[in-house]
Design a protein around this ligand. Structure first.
Ligand code: GAR
Length: 186
């Protein structure tokens, strides 16, 4: 059973889906820490409302990435975190955390990697008139969206789909695939 730290910067729908799966006991794990660089994000507000152990930092108050990651690492150690789950976390994980949590950090990305890496992956597929896209869950390494793939699920893109139709279909898959994949890593 994994003891999870969720890292999120955005709307937190994946975080909420994981939290829900634990509550409904379809995922055997615990969330002992929530980390965010965005105090006003929906995800951070949600984590506080859920009464989780929340750590929020402002990266601009530190000299460099190492300084704030050393602090995060202390929290991860204090809580005996076994798996870091990135759920819309928009900062790149640096060497400090990567070295201690090698192959114990996972990320969700809204494309069939290695296609459409980086930002706005859903829009990249849409603008490319792709006939399919999907969701990838992968280990985090020092590259951007380059780590070993753990699971993937494909979505067919109907040529009539708008960008928001594709976003809706992607999120539907994300919300079930992330918990199922974490369960397999237990
Ligand atoms: C998700 O679609 C996730 O795949 C994407 O951010 C969204 C976060 O949504 N991540 C990336 O693009 C990482 N490169 P959420 O805040 O509602 O979970």
């Amino acid at each position: 059973m994994n003891n999870i730290a969720i890292f999120a910067s955005g709307t937190g729908s994946n975080f909420l889906a994981i939290h829900q799966a634990i509550k409904e006991k379809t995922l055997n794990a615990s969330i002992s820490l929530f980390v965010s660089d965005k105090p006003n994000s929906v995800s951070a507000k949600m984590a506080l409302e859920l009464g989780l152990n929340v750590y929020i930092f402002n990266s601009k108050s530190y000299k460099n990435k190492k300084e704030y990651e050393v602090e995060i690492l202390q929290k991860l150690r204090q809580e005996n975190i076994t798996l870091i789950v990135l759920a819309g976390y928009m900062k790149i994980i640096g060497k400090t955390i990567l070295d201690e949590y090698e192959r114990r950090i996972i990320n969700i990305h809204p494309s069939l990697l290695p296609l459409y890496k980086g930002k706005d992956a859903i829009a990249q597929a849409y603008n490319d008139n792709a006939l399919k896209t999907g969701v990838t869950i992968h280990y985090v390494d020092k590259g951007i969206d380059t780590g070993d793939i753990i699971s993937q699920e494909e979505i067919k893109i109907d040529p009539e789909y708008s960008l928001s139709d594709i976003e809706r279909e992607i999120h539907k898959v994300e919300h079930s695939l992330y918990s199922k994949t974490i369960q397999k890593l237990s």
